[in-house]
Design a protein around this ligand. Sequence first.
Ligand code: HEC
Length: 101
Amino acid sequence: MKRIVALLVLALAPVAAAAADVAEGRKLIEQNHCETCHHNKTLGDAKAIYLRKDRRVTSMEKLVSQVSVCNSELKLQLFPDDEEHIVAYLNDTYYHFPAKK
Ligand code: HEC
């Protein structure tokens, strides 16, 4: 059993190491209808939630955790990689925090 787990970890490792992908992030946001819910909240256009004056996300750390919160709320069960792509897209498009690492 241990051996099978180790093999699985090895098989998945290259995927987990892939760099965050902005285009992939945009696709994920569309596919998962993130913005339907945000639209209900802001009653404005989909982008308004990211750009509102009293927005929550004021740092890269907060962006990462907010994406995670919304992911669990939706029960999307996105992989950590998917969250990374989404974070990359949102940062590239709206927030422009200095890159991590
Ligand atoms: C169940 C409804 C819902 C869904 C679905 C949802 N969100 Fe959200 N999201 C919210 C609400 C509500 C807020 C505002 C939280 C607040 O102001 O306290 C928010 C805020 C955010 C913010 C922070 C905006 C700011 O203030 O700067 C980000 C980033 C975000 N969501 C990303 C996502 C992503 C990515 C998805 C899809 C994977 C998603 N959300 C799906 C409800 C949702």
